[in-house]
Design a protein around this ligand. Structure first.
Ligand SMILES: [Zn+2]
Length: 333
């Protein structure tokens, strides 16, 4: 699967010695790969948790405000909030199911075996009425991200990239240097249609059209639709920026080859379907869950377990392959 790209260690990080990570103003730190303990670190964590949480809750509050203020008179602000925030919740749930559970753990890492029809239904529904994400290019970028993690070749972010640069990269990522998305399912008609550029153009009309059917008012539709994309951008920043900068979150594993961090706050975990346990996930990519301790809040794992109970998904051969040093007694659905 990884032929033609730089080899990595069994932990999924570059085998070459890591360069010292940069801080927010581009200064190389001397403590690369070393956990920073003590009061200074705790203070910093408290401050930075506030930053991403405050921005996340702000995006949600803005959605409430937009929904109330742009609601037409016949609908009223309260029903406007119900529809506008409800549309955000629908988009969030569909997006988490699609990207974090199905495309990420199911296809990109092959940690879960989903029913093929279910993968296709979730892919079509999310990309029609939810936030569009091209599944084929996402899988390729994500695999390259793990291979090169924060180094040249990672389409998402380099170690030196700051907040605004990473936000730009969320929309216009670095070019991919290899094609690692050659899975048979990604070549099926469903995935070829959804990943076609024309589908990306039609998708906003479909998702906006759904809103229009409920509230036929173009100002309300545009405002609510954009508010959902702003929240989605924040979710993307949790994944690409806050969990890939050593000033934020914590580290369970001191992998020197990347800057992946664990963020376990309630809102980021809910918003990303637990994909913000990045340090765990980068260390053991093959596992069907990203939390590595029963005490770690894992909403995404709960959703997968529900799907498992419904017979929609089962662990893959590698998904439950428990490493000896894992804090969990077993890995199962
Ligand atoms: Zn991953």
């Amino acid at each position: 699967m990884l032929t033609g790209v730089e080899p990595r260690s069994s932990a999924g990080v570059l085998a070459e010695p890591a360069t010292a990570p940069l801080d927010g103003v581009g200064i190389k730190r001397k403590d690369a790969g070393v956990a920073r303990e003590g009061p200074d670190r705790r203070t910093r964590c408290t401050q930075t948790m506030k930053t991403y949480n405050v921005l996340g809750f702000s995006a949600l509050a803005l959605q409430v405000l937009i929904s109330a203020m742009l609601a037409p008179p016949w609908l009223g602000p309260w029903w406007g909030i119900v529809v506008g925030f409800g549309f955000l919740l629908l988009s969030w749930f569909l997006g988490g199911l699609y990207l974090s559970d199905v495309i990420h753990l199911g296809i990109a890492h092959r940690a879960l075996d989903y029913k093929v029809w279910f993968i296709k239904v979730v892919t079509v529904v999310n990309n029609s009425v939810g936030v569009y994400v091209d599944p084929v290019s996402w899988v390729n970028r994500h695999r390259l991200h793990h291979v090169f993690a924060d180094h040249p070749g990672d389409p998402n972010k380099l170690g030196a990239d700051g907040f605004w640069k990473t936000m730009y990269l969320c929309i216009f990522p670095y070019p991919c240097t290899a094609n690692l998305a050659t899975d048979p399912i990604l070549r099926t008609r469903t995935f070829r249609v959804v990943s076609h550029p024309l589908f990306a153009v039609i998708s906003p009309l479909l998702s906006g059209g759904l809103l229009w059917l409920i509230v036929p008012d173009w100002k309300f539709v545009v405002g609510v639709w954009l508010g959902v994309r702003l929240f989605a951008l924040w979710v993307n920043m949790v994944q690409n920026y806050w969990t890939h900068d050593r000033r934020f979150g914590t580290r369970r594993y001191e992998d020197a080859g990347d800057n992946a961090m664990n963020i376990g706050d309630w809102l980021p975990v809910m918003a990303t379907f637990s994909a913000c346990w990045q340090n765990n996930h980068h260390h053991y990519q093959h596992l069907l869950r990203t939390s590595h301790d029963a005490a770690e809040f894992d909403f995404g794992y709960s959703t997968v377990r529900v799907m498992g109970a419904l017979g929609l998904v089962s662990p893959s051969k590698t998904g439950t392959n428990r490493p000896d040093d894992l804090a969990l007694a077993e890995v199962a659905l």
